[in-house]
Design a protein around this ligand. Structure first.
Ligand code: ADP
Ligand code: 5GP
Length: 291
């Protein structure tokens, strides 16, 4: 680019240095837009205080947007009444608003994190399985060191892990929470839960009480729900009716259940599991409620 002849050599080299910096700034901005880490509205905001960005052509900016090639960029400019050489700093208010409208990204509300806990045998997994059929919830699949029961599938009911693999995941901080329960270890894979929440899905964790306490201690967004049996007799008959535990394990579970029931007061909501559909309905209302 020819520079005005009246510049001194010092002024000339300073101007060249400035032009190089400006080009670099614009290249960085376009890279961020291409990678999706900077939005059009973000660039327009930055351009208000950075002359180098303000001098970027709108066409160049649009071409950097993922999925918008030169042809689409030109078509957008024409439709919005923006001339091809127009720079960001030269955009009129209506052109600016039209651009923002064109590239508006729908804001994705974060999903709700609901923790369902309660004594063993109260019906937590029955409720969680019923919720799996609802599109309103994503039910987290836990990892465990216990052996699969006859009807359980790896990756569906649990991720069945060896003790060594479970240890590794603890060491690598891969669990949102984990706890020992009745001779086995159970943990919630953190990444999957965070991913689902970020995508706007409501997430249900069906976990025992110690794990629920851990979630409470490092997540302020979680809603803790305690599931209670209609009566102690119901709990005993449900544990016996399930028939999946040995008599010794069942006796141990009943003993545990007495202490577990006392934890209800630590929870945000207590639901009585007299009917599975009723509990499912309450959880759906909780997820849909705001604030
Ligand atoms: P948890 O996951 O809390 O240990 P389960 O979901 O395995 O409990 O339920 C224990 C037993 O109770 C199962 O046999 C299940 O069919 C039964 N059950 C669950 N909910 C109800 C209910 N509302 N009424 C009657 N039986 C139930
Ligand atoms: P079960 O062996 O009957 O499937 O589960 C035993 C207990 O472990 C249940 O109370 C269940 O809620 C709990 N549990 C299942 N997954 C997890 C988990 O990821 N973390 C914790 N803390 N408990 C879990």
């Amino acid at each position: 680019m020819a520079l005005p002849p009246k510049l001194t050599p010092e002024q000339r080299s300073a101007a060249l240095a400035q032009a190089t910096i400006s080009r670099r700034v614009r290249a960085d901005i376009k890279k961020s837009v291409r990678e999706g880490s900077l939005s059009i509205s973000g660039v327009l905001e930055l351009a208000k205080s950075d002359v180098a960005i303000g001098k970027m052509r709108v066409l160049e900016l649009l071409e950097s947007v993922p999925g918008v090639g030169r042809i689409r960029a030109l078509a957008i400019l024409e439709r919005l009444g923006i001339s091809i050489p127009r720079k960001i700093q030269g955009l009129g208010i209506h052109q600016r608003n039209a651009l923002l409208q064109e590239f508006k990204t729908p804001s994705l509300a974060r999903g709700r994190l609901i923790v369902l806990s309660g004594p063993g045998g109260v019906g937590k997994s029955t409720v969680a399985n019923a919720l799996r059929k609802s599109s309103d919830f994503w039910v987290s699949v836990s990892a465990t060191t216990r052996a699969p029961r006859a009807n359980e599938k790896d990756g569906v009911d649990y991720f069945f892990l060896t003790q060594e693999e479970f240890d590794r995941r603890i060491a690598d901080d891969e669990f949102l929470e984990w706890a020992s329960f009745a001779g086995a270890r159970y943990g919630t894979p953190a990444k999957a839960v965070e991913g689902a929440l970020a995508q706007g899905r409501n997430v249900l964790l069906e976990i025992e009480i110690e794990g629920a306490r851990q979630v409470r201690s490092h997540s302020s967004e979680a809603i803790l729900v305690f599931l209670e049996p209609p009566s102690w007799e119901d709990l005993v008959s449900r544990l016996e009716g399930r028939g999946s535990d040995s008599p010794e394990r069942r006796a141990h579970r009943l003993e545990l259940a007495q202490t577990e029931l006392a934890a209800a007061k630590e929870f945000d909501v207590v639901l009585i599991n007299d009917q599975v559909e009723k509990v499912v309905g309450s959880l759906l209302s909780l997820a849909r409620s705001t604030g």
